[in-house]
Every structure is written in C-alpha cells, then in structure tokens.
Design a binder for this molecule. Structure first.
Ligand SMILES: Nc1nc2c(c(=O)[nH]1)N[C@@H](CN(C=O)c1ccc(C(=O)N[C@@H](CCC(=O)O)C(=O)O)cc1)CN2
Ligand code: MG
Length: 293
C-alpha cells in the first residue's frame, strides 16, 4: 500500500490559522503587531523566493513584515551594522538573515551578532545551547516544522529508532536534539549519519523514522528504507526541467514507507509556519507573557 502523505501545506495553513488569536492579543497588549524583518543579501533566485514567501506569510498573518534587500557586494561590517540597528528597534521581535550569504561575509559572525531574544531562526549559539540542554527558547524552524508535522499527523516517536541523515547546524544537529527530548515527538533513539558515513543504506535501513537532510537530489533510494518507516524529506532541489525534488527518491520510497513528506508541499511550508510561530512567541515574551499564560 502506498505511503500516506505528511501534508505540510495544509498543516502550515492550520498553524497560521491558529496563530491569528495570538497575533490579536499581541496587537491588543503591545499596541502593535508582531514585527519580523528579513535581511536578504544579493540576488540568489531561490533565496529571493524564500524571503518573498516569508514576507507574504508574515503580512498575511497580520505581522508587520519587512525585507531589507542589500546588494551582493555588501561588506560584513555593513551587514553587522544593519543587524545592530535591528537589534535596537523596539517594533522588531524577530530578525532573520537569509542564508547562504555571499562569500565575503562570515555567516557565523553575523548569526552571533543577532540578539538571541530576537533570533527567530534559532541559529544563535545561545539558542542552540538552550535546545541542547532541554530549555529551548527558539529552535531552528525546519526541524521544528518536522516535529510539528509528525505531531499533527499522529506519528509516534517514543522508543523508535530515528535516523537523521545530515549534520548541518541548521537542520541535522537540531533535528537530532529535538527527537532526543523527553516527551511527545521525542524519546527516540537517534542516530546521526552523513555523506561520509560508511554503510549508509544499512544505517538508513534501521530507521523507523528517517529524516533526510543530506542536500543531494534523490540520494535515498526506496530499497534502503525499512518497510513501514516514516520518511521526512528536508531536501529541496530544482531539476533541469524546473521541477522540484527532495533528498529521497519519492516514488520508490512511497512504495515502502507508511508516511512520507512530499517536495514541494512537505517540510518547506512548515519551515515558514514555524518562523511565524517563533516570531509571535518572541513578541509575547518581550511583552512579558507566554501563550500558556
Ligand atoms: N535564515 C534562513 N536561511 C535559510 C533557511 C532558514 O530557515 N533560515 N532555510 C533554507 C531555505 N528556506 C527558508 O529560508 C526555505 C526553503 C524552502 C521553503 C519552501 O516552502 N519550499 C516549498 C517550495 C518552494 C519552491 O517552489 O521553490 C516547498 O517545499 O513546498 C521554505 C523555506 C535555507 N536558508
Ligand atoms: Mg517541502
């Protein structure tokens, strides 16, 4: 039987709908909407599209959303100056600097400069550290989106073998940390592997849950996947004909998996929904309350 679909587009729509009430409370208590500013340096078409989609999602959710578009020749010092200014602006609850950055800019130095309380991407070392010790403030939006996608489709991870394929700071490492947490969509036995791991098909074959974030088109073959496994595909690649694919050979994998996330329409929309959720949480925290009370 073909796998059921982990529908990120519909789930993201639901989350955006649920955020509306919290946005209204922010407006009421702070006298202004949640504020998100995205900084885009250069003209990479994929980055430009993602930032445009974030701006559309933010304004659609009733935020004040703004994109600062800087030329590809921007220096690191100039970008740090922009971050410093946004760090100080009262109306800005969330700052994100779209990655990748042009080669003259050290992205670590830029991420380190964002005030951790406004780092809604969850990339700042302080936020990564808090996640690692089980006291999350902001977790990276893509792995957070994976967790929420699984939770809302009723996928259990407790006691299960999860394999995270990829070790990036943005996806692989925080994904492993989230699945290791105590509680729902955690409590998994987590293995992290990567393109240099020996015996990848065998490691992947042990997974009850596979999160593929290796950054190589259709790298994971259907024959690697354990029958009945849950497969989440974080990859996004454009084929020469303009169509999109992920890190997993979807058609083959869908024959053996129990659940699978598509590309597009899987993890991507969840990333943006989690960015909105983190920004609302930031506005609430800065106002002195949380969604819980
Ligand atoms: N500062 C950041 N930079 C980057 C992040 C990030 O979370 N913060 N993640 C990725 C890119 N990304 C968000 O920025 C992102 C990628 C893809 C999607 C998405 O919705 N994809 C759609 C398809 C879109 C298309 O047609 O190309 C989908 O999967 O359905 C959202 C966000 C790297 N940089
Ligand atoms: Mg997707």
């Amino acid at each position: 039987m073909p796998a059921r679909i982990l529908d990120g587009k519909q789930t993201a729509r639901e989350i955006r709908g649920e955020l509306a009430a919290r946005v209204a409370v922010v407006r009421d208590r702070l006298g202004r909407p949640p504020g998100l500013v995205a900084v885009l340096v250069g003209d990479d078409p994929a980055s430009a599209l993602y930032v445009k989609n974030k701006e559309k999602a933010a304004t659609g959710a009733g935020f004040s959303g703004e994109v600062l578009r800087l030329p590809g020749t921007t220096s690191e010092a100039e970008l740090l100056g922009v971050v410093d200014r946004l760090n100080e602006e009262e109306r800005v609850d969330g700052i994100l600097v779209q990655l990748p950055l042009p080669k003259q800019i050290d992205s670590d130095r830029v991420i380190d400069r964002i005030r951790p309380e406004k780092d809604v991407d969850g990339f700042h070392p302080e936020n990564v550290g808090l996640l690692a010790i089980g006291r999350p403030r902001f977790a990276s939006c893509t792995p957070l989106g994976v967790v929420e996608l699984l939770r809302r489709h009723g996928v259990e991870t407790r006691g299960k073998r999860a394999v995270v394929l990829g070790r990036s700071n943005i996806v692989g490492k925080p994904m492993a940390l989230l699945l290791l947490r105590k509680g729902a969509v955690g409590d998994a036995t987590v293995t992290v592997c990567h393109s240099a791991s020996e015996g990848l098909p065998e490691i992947v074959g042990e997974a009850d849950l596979l999160v593929a974030a290796v950054g190589r088109p259709e790298f994971v073959k259907g024959s690697w996947i354990k029958p009945g496994a849950v497969v989440v595909d974080v990859g996004i690649h454009r084929r020469p004909d303009g169509s999109l694919c992920g890190d997993v050979a979807f058609d083959e994998a869908a024959e053996v998996a129990s659940w699978i996330s598509p590309v597009p329409g899987g993890v991507g929309p969840m990333t943006i929904a989690m960015l909105l959720a983190n920004t609302v949480a930031s506005a609430e925290r800065r106002g002195g309350w949380t969604a819980e009370g």
